[in-house]
Design a protein around this ligand. Structure first.
Ligand code: IFM
Length: 451
């Protein structure tokens, strides 16, 4: 059976990571523009001002995608390119840029998947309190409605948020991402609640604004937990571990259920409600009703996972990956099984059409004397992960698409340009794009699985 017909074979990117042109065409500043200019914030001392200059080179990029057999492209819109101040005045140049990008994609038969928010929060709104301000719910839903009004004549798939775990958890608790501040737990939970309300409110506004039937999804992240063996005890334990909320002191917002249960099931997870009780905002039935809007698909970014085994008392043990186990250049363990168990457990819980909205690997790529990049490690990674995804699909998990992160090497947030996640090599001096061996491998894989 393999993958279903009309499978979305995609690649993914995000505005801040590839567009550059941070002051061009009337764009307003966002928190990453500011943060990446602050000394010491970005590991290689660079910023996202130019990134891959996709703003100017997008036609070339789309043509390359097409030549690699890619049929779907997930990209995000820079909110402050459309609304320089986050609200109010519209920037026509920004509107035109995405319109032309969408037209170009469609001309090449590539389906656009538009993410509304992938971390580049308008600086003007941040100065007004950002996600802590209750008005942020309306700011986001007005922006979302505008995007749908502008592009739903040509775009069918929209995703509200990418990885809220990161833009709140890393941005406002760990302070390792923009805006780089560490707020009290109480404020972080308030922000998280506002983000979830903004999601629900945006879904309502988008359905009102649309010109035709659109599909709306959500793209959180988390490491997929998988069983050490196929015994029912280990499977049960892995599922429990995957859906448990962590203790407050243990990277609290890094979990799946706090962010997804309210959206899909209309309730916060009981364990989290108990553990975080003292720090939670008022959560009303009305809030939950707002958050729990019907969506059309559930997407998740999965890069790796944890191996879990049942212990003797009904609990579980996490098998830590030894330091010398296979890892990507981010130091993330290579765990192909996370692409079988993640989709399976998430579908059992949320029962929605499913997408892998990001998966891929940063590797130590080298441009060799033959002018090529022989990234065998990435090919091994992709091949083993996709085999597991195919297994899930074969067994009936309703998987609709796979978006490889990333189309090209790009600005990897606080790590700058050192990690290379692309299947296309970016030469940052010349802006030349060079498909790596993995790009040709992916092309072949898509062809083989599209018959
Ligand atoms: O580059 C990021 C992306 O923006 C969000 N998901 C994880 C990727 C790799 O770190």
């Amino acid at each position: 059976m393999s993958f279903r017909k009309n499978f979305a074979w995609g690649v993914a990117t995000a505005s801040q990571q590839i567009e550059g042109a941070y002051l061009d065409g009337g764009k307003g500043l966002n928190i990453w523009d500011i943060y990446s200019h602050e000394p010491g914030r970005i590991e290689d001392g660079k910023n996202s001002d130019v990134a891959c200059d996709h703003y100017h080179l997008f036609r070339e990029d789309v043509k390359l995608m097409h030549s690699l057999g890619i049929n779907s492209y997930r990209f995000s819109i820079s909110w402050s390119r459309i609304f320089p101040d986050g609200v109010g005045r519209i920037n026509e140049d920004g509107v035109r840029f995405y319109s032309e990008l969408i037209d170009e994609l469609l001309a090449y038969g590539i389906e656009p998947y538009v993410t509304l928010f992938h971390w580049d929060y308008p600086y003007a709104l941040y100065k007004k309190g950002g996600w802590l301000n209750d008005e942020s719910v309306e700011w986001f839903s007005n922006y979302a409605a505008k995007i749908v009004e502008l592009y739903s004549d040509r775009v069918t798939h929209f995703i509200t948020f990418n990885e809220p775990q990161c833009f709140i958890g890393l941005g406002y608790l760990k302070a390792s991402h923009a805006p780089g501040i560490s707020v009290p737990y109480k404020d972080a939970f308030q922000m998280a609640h506002n983000v979830l309300k903004a999601h629900g409110s945006a879904v309502i506004a988008m359905r009102k604004a649309t010109k035709r039937d659109i599909k709306i999804g959500y793209a959180p992240t988390y490491n997929a937990h998988y069983p050490a063996t196929d015994s029912p005890e280990d499977i049960k334990a892995a599922k429990k571990a995957f859906f448990d909320c962590p203790e407050l002191s243990k990277n609290v917002l890094w979990n799946v259920t706090w962010w997804s249960d309210p959206v899909v099931l209309g309730r916060y997870p009981e364990d989290g409600l108990k553990m975080y009780h003292d720090y939670l905002p008022e959560i009303t039935d009305e809030d939950l009703k707002l958050i729990n809007q019907p969506i059309d698909f559930y997407a998740q970014n999965i890069y790796h996972g944890h191996e879990i085994r049942a212990d003797k008392s009904g609990g579980y043990i996490t098998d830590e990956h030894p330091e010398d186990s296979p890892r990507t250049s981010m130091g993330w363990p290579i765990t192909p099984k996370s692409l079988y168990w993640g989709p399976r457990f998430l579908t059992e819980r949320y029962n929605l059409p499913f997408y892998i909205s990001e998966n891929g690997a940063a590797m130590q790529d080298e441009l060799t004397a033959d002018g090529k990049i022989h990234d065998v490690g990435r090919i091994d990674f992709l091949s083993s992960y996709l085999t597991e995804l195919e297994r899930a699909s074969d067994e009936g998990v309703d998987i609709r698409g796979y978006f490889l992160w990333s189309f090209m090497d790009n600005f990897e947030w606080a790590k700058g340009y050192v990690p290379r996640f692309g299947i296309v090599y970016t030469d940052y001096e010349t802006m030349q794009r060079i498909p790596k061996d993995s790009a040709y491998w992916y092309k072949h894989y898509i062809e083989k699985h599209s018959k």
